[in-house]
Write a protein that binds this ligand. Structure first.
Ligand SMILES: CC(C)(COP(=O)(O)OP(=O)(O)OC[C@H]1O[C@@H](n2cnc3c(N)ncnc32)[C@H](O)[C@@H]1OP(=O)(O)O)[C@@H](O)C(=O)NCCC(=O)NCCS
Length: 231
C-alpha cells in the first residue's frame, strides 16, 4: 500500500515529522484552564495547527486527550507546553516531561516586542502586547503576561510570572517562582527573592529579601509563606 501523504504536503508522516512540518503542527498543551486557552491562541498565532490538551480535570467545553500523566504516550509525536498557573505544579510537570525526553516549546505572541538581545527560556510564554527590553533574560517556564513590561537588563528566573499589565523597571531581578500580580510596578534595580508574591497594584521600591506576600504602595509584607498575617 502507498504511504498516506501528510495533508497535501506530498510527504509521508515520518518524512513530514523529520522535516519539521508535523512537529510544528502537533502541540500538546498541559493544562486546559483559562491560561491554557490563552496559550492555545498564542500557539495558533505561532503557526501550530494541531493543538491538543491534557488535564486531570474536565474543563467545560474543552476536549482533552487524557490525564496529564498520559503525556508519555505522545513523547515521540508531539511537542509540549505546560500551561499551569501554579508555579510549583508547573515546575513538577516540566521536570517529569524533561526527564522523559519530552520536547518543550517557547511561545511568543506576534504582537509582543522582544529586544533582539533579550533571551527567552524554554517553555516560557510571552503574551500579546508584552515588551521585553534590551539585555533582559527570561528563564525557563516563565509567564510574561498580556501587556506587561520588562525593561532593560532584567533577570526573570525560571517559573516566575509577570501578570497582566505589570511593569518592571530596568535591572530588576526576580528569583525563581516569584509571582508579580496584575498592574504591579517594580522600580528599577530591585531584587525580589524566591517564591514571593507581589499583590496586584503594589509598588515595590526596595529589594525584597524575605519570602512572603507584599501589597500596597509602597509594598509591605502582608503575609508569611505559612499564611500568618503580618499587616
Ligand atoms: C495579594 C494577594 C495574593 C492577597 O491574597 P490573600 O493572602 O488571600 O489576601 P486576602 O484576600 O485574605 O486579603 C488580606 C488583606 O489584604 C488586602 N489585599 C489583598 N490584596 C491586596 C492588594 N493587591 N493590594 C492591597 N491590599 C490587598 C485585603 O483587602 C485584605 O485587607 P483587610 O483584611 O484589611 O480587608 C491577592 O489579593 C492578589 O493581589 N493576587 C494577585 C492576583 C493577580 O494579580 N492575578 C493576575 C493574574 S494574570
Amino acid at each position: 500500500m502507498l504511504p498516506l501523504s501528510y495533508r497535501g504536503t506530498g510527504k509521508t508522516e515520518v518524512e513530514a515529522y523529520a522535516s519539521g512540518i508535523l512537529m510544528k503542527k502537533k502541540l500538546i498543551i498541559i493544562g486546559a484552564g483559562g491560561h491554557g486557552r490563552v496559550v492555545r491562541d498564542i500557539a495558533r498565532s505561532n503557526g501550530y495547527r494541531r493543538i491538543f490538551f491534557l488535564d486531570d480535570e474536565r474543563k467545560d467545553g474543552i476536549e482533552t486527550l487524557g490525564a496529564i500523566s498520559d503525556f508519555t504516550r505522545y513523547l515521540n509525536t508531539h511537542v509540549f507546553f505546560v500551561a499551569i498557573g501554579d508555579s510549583r505544579a508547573r515546575a513538577r510537570i516540566t521536570e517529569s516531561l524533561v526527564k522523559a525526553g519530552g520536547r518543550i516549546v517557547t511561545l511568543i505572541h506576534p504582537s509582543a516586542t522582544v529586544s533582539e538581545d533579550a533571551k527567552i527560556g524554554i517553555g516560557t510564554v510571552v503574551m500579546a502586547g508584552a515588551v521585553i527590553g534590551s539585555g533582559s533574560t527570561i528563564g525557563d517556564s516563565a509567564i510574561i503576561n498580556t501587556n506587561s513590561a520588562v525593561d532593560h537588563d532584567c533577570v526573570i528566573r525560571d517559573f516566575s510570572h509577570v501578570s497582566v499589565g505589570a511593569s518592571l523597571g530596568g535591572c530588576v531581578t526576580l528569583e525563581p517562582h516569584v509571582w508579580v500580580g496584575a498592574g504591579a510596578t517594580l522600580i528599577n534595580n530591585v531584587d525580589v527573592c524566591e517564591g514571593c508574591l507581589i499583590g496586584a497594584g503594589a509598588v515595590v521600591v526596595r529589594d525584597i529579601s524575605e519570602r512572603g506576600t507584599y501589597v500596597g504602595v509602597p509594598a509591605r509584607l502582608m503575609r508569611l509563606p505559612d499564611g500568618t498575617r503580618i499587616n
